[in-house]
Design a protein around this ligand. Structure first.
Ligand code: CAA
Length: 283
């Protein structure tokens, strides 16, 4: 299938990043959100990101304007009827996602592919909410989307081969490197990353070292660009907790139990960078 028009559902940090790379790659893009304020914020982020690339000489002002001209905003889900591919990037909540996919299934053309940017929820279960499970697939981008090369592509139980191939081609056109993964909790990225972050939080909880020391060990010793606690703040502690709960429930194995300190921070509303406070404080 030749994808020309992409609808991105959800204008948060991930959705706006995805819309940005799609528009830059030459796709017509609809960025949808139920909230006008969130759309304003998402579009402003995209404009800021592209302006930064122009300042650095990595993009011309003409290309920036052309990318922005390919980007339309919408608060009407009916825009799905125009799309060849819909990429969902809303909150990590199965009820919200299944309801949304059922609506998208009713509005989109039969050949339209419905992709989810979920970081850990089962694609097979999301697909089962539609009448086109063979056209549902996981397309998991990393944060910050414009910078990170990986797109983890997750095959649900029913995902068709030609749908996988189309999505792999789209990821390459976005300048990303697609990696194929089967549908199990946390896929590969978060099955490996989140237990490491959770273990770092346990180390802090048990007083093994300070937060700065834990981050320094992983940065300098393992060459990670950010220490695990800084990265947890960057991802969002609510997201980290949600992913750990998905792993814990999905495998039924206590090795994935979320650290009580992580739960406590989330209960306090200390969600990381986005709320100005997590393991660290932010201006
Ligand atoms: N949006 C767009 N571009 C950004 C950006 C953002 N939010 N943040 C940084 N950049 C760009 C900068 O403009 C800069 O670009 P140039 O090289 O073209 O100049 C480049 O990224 C490097 O930025 P900085 O020099 O400011 O900072 P840095 O070298 O410290 O890099 C970082 C910042 C790329 C975020 C780096 O710290 C990093 O790679 N951190 C780890 C990120 C990571 O692990 N992400 C995955 C999280 S897990 C996930 O997303 C999946 C999930 O399901 C939870």
């Amino acid at each position: 299938m030749d994808v020309k028009t992409i609808m991105v559902v959800g204008a948060g940090q991930m959705g706006s990043g995805i819309a940005q790379v799609c528009a830059v790659a030459g796709y017509q893009v609809f960025l949808y959100d139920i909230s006008e304020a969130q759309l304003d914020k998402g579009i402003a982020n995209i404009e800021k990101g592209l302006a930064r690339q122009v300042e650095k000489g990595k993009m011309t002002a003409v290309d920036k304007d052309a990318a922005l001209a390919r980007l339309a905003r919408s608060t009407d889900l009916h825009a799905a009827a125009e799309a060849d591919l819909v990429i969902e990037a809303v909150v990590e909540n199965m009820d919200v996602k299944t309801k949304l996919f059922a609506e998208l299934d009713a509005l989109a053309r039969p050949e339209t592919i419905l992709a989810s940017n979920t970081s850990s929820l089962p694609i097979t279960e999301i697909a089962a909410a539609t009448k086109r499970p063979e056209k549902v697939i996981g397309m998991h981008f990393m944060n910050p989307v414009p910078v990170m090369k990986l797109v983890e592509i997750i095959r649900g139980l029913a995902t068709a081969d030609d749908v996988y191939e189309t999505i792999e081609a789209v990821a390459r056109k976005l300048g990303k490197v697609p990696v194929e993964v089967n549908d199990f909790p946390g896929f590969i990225s978060n099955r490996v990353l989140m237990p490491m972050i959770n273990e770092a939080i346990y180390a802090l909880y048990e007083g093994v070292a300070t937060k700065e020391a834990i981050d320094e060990v992983m940065k300098l010793g393992m060459n990670h660009p950010m220490g695990p606690l800084t990265l947890a703040d960057f991802i969002g502690l609510d997201t980290c907790l949600y992913i750990m709960e998905t792993l814990h429930e999905g495998f039924g194995d206590d090795k994935y139990r979320p650290c009580p300190l992580l739960r406590k921070y989330v209960k306090a509303g200390w969600l990381g960078r986005k709320t100005g406070r997590g393991f660290y404080t932010y201006e």
